[in-house]
Design a protein around this ligand. Structure first.
Ligand code: GLC
Length: 746
């Protein structure tokens, strides 16, 4: 007899509850439908239209319209690139003059911090620290929401394996498992305790989908891949964002297998709104609806609007295709009004959830903005996240951390005193007038050593130019020092959107400058600053101590000094493989074995290899050193074989065998040795980040379950197959310390 659980629904009139909420309740469809019923078709289409503010275009500016007039007429649902409690209030006041007084939502690219800038996302990902990554997004959201913003166009959750693509700085790297965890952490950070809180903003998973696989790493280029590759590698972080409750999605500029993402109903309707049951709304990327004409996918904007809305694109960012054509399309019977209604519902629901119908100005409080922005706590958080993002690539003879006995430090290189570059790309707050808040490497070291150590400086050369005129002065400065700290790399404007490059070597003559300084015989530490993996083989081969410090944000210099002087022991691990040359791209750790694998590096005849380069990257996925060392021992598996519905425990001992307290990111990789679809030589399936005192040991364990053994079979069904699995535990994808294996039996 089935026990029938009795659920008693206490039906309270929703509107009775409404006023009782300190923050607005989840909007009922009743409210949304009631409003929708009052709207004209013209006003409905207005909700689907988003314009940019004129302050900072983040895309090609189309013809201007009298935007405030349009807002007054109810022809605009959202604005991007309008920020600040004062400016957003002014524009919202115009929206309140419209017939139905539907509030606008204000969106901005708050990608890695708002007023206080955090490390670029690819740097943050190198921390493998989900709490730190969530804190970064949480801090950014708190500041942005205090500045009149309701929505950030982040996290960018694209997977990518091509560092020629300038947008790698915005994401989490090459691995879908890690990328999914980071997507979840960032969504949670941005949305906090939920929409409606005045320290939460809507997150936006972008760019849906597979934008990171642009052919040749050339931005906006076509993407062509198998369904298996799409589902196994590029979709998981988007699904993780949906599972984390992300409020919005943004589609992408690229075509996928011949169909532009913006007009791709397989992506937006079948997968996102169908299979994944996504209830939020989809915004196009900047003018991407209109760009389907250039793609050769539609004849004109009338068709572009029809195709985009039909395919599931709800809001039109800056192409004007919707505002110019949708009313006509409905009247022509080309677009059923129910599709318009669905898109409008999705947008209105978010506006209710944000509490904007209760109070359209609840995010526009100038006093709160003043109190929240640029707080000491936010700077402290930025400094901590920045230190965690630094990757120690080399440390011969334990040159680092610098000894406190050092009395004379030369700081040399074109980025050593740069403040502006510390922001990286997509640092949207800055008007250039507040650079005093940014801490350069030189500032950070000065702050650290005070007057106890004498600092000398020479720029040595430019970032991009080829003049060597500054070398002599730099050499002279180096010769007088006990140790030389060099800062080389890219300028912040060399990565980001539309910054693809065929040459990702350190630009200009910077590597020659390092050679000249190295030739003095002084101990040299090189800090590499960039938003992408770069190529620096001479430095990698010859310089004893190397830190990859990315673009670390407002507190960059202080964080670098914390690491240089040992106040923070670096624990960062790369989340993207660094190639030896551009010719090697794409190079990534989860490659296929092929029928002719290279067994011994030198034996390459008739093997899948190059005649002029090893297959291995210069620095591998998951690689990063510490000032201490870790020993792995005692691997035990709970079983030699498991069934599908069982789990297996792999336990082992980790010991801090060095003399510094330090954190290790222990990585678990699996390989399915034989399957009906070939499997990669290894796949990251779990990791543990743990801190150990010198000499401390800890027994740790990983649980392996069916999900970790699953893959898409030939019929694209997610499944497992019996057979042998190789289990690898290590400090990097190319530094496996413990090996074992087990059987999956039917
Ligand atoms: C840009 C970017 C997108 C960004 C949007 C708004 O072109 O592709 O990531 O969110 O436009 O600035």
């Amino acid at each position: 007899m089935h026990k029938i659980a009795l659920f008693i629904f206490i039906g309270l009139e929703f509107s009775v509850l409404q006023g009782l909420y300190a923050q607005p309740s989840k909007a009922s469809d009743k409210q949304v439908n009631a409003l929708l019923a009052k709207m004209t078709l013209d006003e409905k289409v207005g909700q689907l239209n988003q314009y940019t503010g004129d302050r900072a275009a983040t895309g090609p500016l189309s013809k201007s319209a009298d935007k405030l007039e349009e807002i007054k007429k109810g022809h605009v649902g959202s604005m991007l690139n309008v920020r600040g409690a004062k400016d957003t209030r002014m524009v919202q006041e115009v929206a309140m003059q419209s017939r139905l007084k539907i509030p606008l939502i204000f969106g901005l690219d708050v990608i890695h911090g708002y007023r206080v800038t955090f490390p670029v996302p690819l740097a943050e990902a190198s921390s493998w620290d989900m709490e730190a990554i969530e804190l970064s997004a949480r801090t950014a959201a708190t500041e942005a929401a205090a500045s009149g913003l309701h929505w950030t166009f982040a996290p960018m959750v694209d997977i990518f394996r091509d560092p020629r693509w300038g947008r790698v700085m915005e994401g989490a790297g090459e691995d879908p498992y890690l990328g999914s965890l980071i997507a979840k952490a960032r969504v949670k950070g941005f949305q906090g305790k939920g929409l409606g809180n005045t320290d939460a903003v809507m997150a936006c998973a972008k760019h849906f989908a597979a934008y990171g696989a642009a052919i040749g790493g050339r931005d906006y280029n076509a993407v062509d891949m198998s369904d298996r590759q799409l589902w196994e590698t590029y979709l998981p972080p988007f699904k993780a964002a949906v599972d984390a409750g992300v409020a919005t999605f943004m589609n992408s500029f690229n075509e996928l297998n011949g169909i532009p993402a913006t007009g791709n109903s397989y992506l937006q309707r079948n997968i996102l709104k169908g299979k994944w049951n996504f209830q939020g709304f989809v915004v196009s990327d900047w003018s991407s609806i209109g760009e389907m004409i250039a793609h050769g996918f539609v004849e004109n904007k009338y068709e572009a609007a029809r195709v985009a809305l039909t395919a599931g694109n709800d809001m039109d960012m800056e192409s004007r295709a919707y505002t110019e054509n949708l009313v006509q399309l409905v009247n022509d019977g080309k677009v059923p009004v129910k599709l318009v209604d669905d898109a409008v519902r999705r947008i209105l629901r978010k506006k209710f959830e944000l509490g904007l119908f209760d109070d359209p100005f609840r995010f526009c409080d100038e006093q709160r903005e003043q109190a929240v922005l640029n707080s000491p706590e936010s700077k402290k958080a930025a400094r901590m996240v920045a230190a965690k993002s630094i990757v120690l690539l080399k440390n011969e003879k334990q040159l680092l951390p610098l000894s406190k006995s050092v009395k004379n430090i030369a700081i040399i290189g074109p980025v050593a005193k740069s403040k502006n570059d510390m922001k990286g790309a997509w640092s949207v707050y800055w008007d250039g007038k507040d650079d005093k808040d940014l801490v350069s490497l030189y500032d950070g070291i000065k702050n650290k050593v005070g007057n106890d150590v004498s600092l000398s400086y020479a720029k040595g050369c430019g970032i991009k130019d080829t003049s060597r005129n500054g070398f002599a002065e730099a050499v002279a400065v180096a010769q007088k020092a006990d140790v030389v700290i060099m800062a080389v790399g890219e300028s912040a404007d060399m990565t980001g959107e539309s910054k693809s490059k065929t040459n990702i070597h350190i630009p200009g003559v910077q590597e020659d400058l390092v050679k000249a300084i190295q030739a003095t015989g002084k101990p040299v530490v090189v800090l590499l600053m960039a938003g992408r993996p770069t190529i620096f083989n001479w430095i990698a081969d010859n310089v004893p101590a190397i830190l990859y410090t990315w673009w670390l944000g407002s507190e960059a210099g202080n964080a670098m000094a914390d690491v240089l002087f040992g106040d923070y022991n670096p624990a960062g691990k790369l989340t993207m493989s660094f190639p030896r040359s551009e010719g090697q791209i794409p190079v990534y750790y989860s490659y296929k074995n092929t029928g002719r694998p290279v067994i011994k590096e030198k034996e390459i005849l008739y093997k899948s290899a190059y005649t002029d380069s090893p297959n291995t990257p210069r620095f591998a996925f998951g690689y990063g050193l510490s000032y201490t060392t870790f020993e792995y021992s005692n691997l035990k598996l709970s079983k030699a074989a498991i069934h599908n519905n069982e789990t297996l425990i792999a336990s082992f001992t980790l010991t801090n065998s060095g003399k510094y307290k330090g954190e290790e990111v222990v990585q678990l990789y699996l390989r399915d040795m034989v399957a009906s679809v070939t499997r990669p030589v290894k796949e990251l399936k779990d990791f543990i980040k743990i801190s150990l005192e010198p000499g401390e040991s800890k027994t740790l364990s990983f649980t392996i379950d069916k999900e970790k053994l699953s893959f898409y079979n030939q019929r694209m069904k997610r499944t497992t197959e019996p057979g042998r699995f190789e289990l690898m535990i290590g400090s990097a994808s190319n530094d496996i310390r413990l090996n074992s294996g087990f059987e999956l039996v039917d």
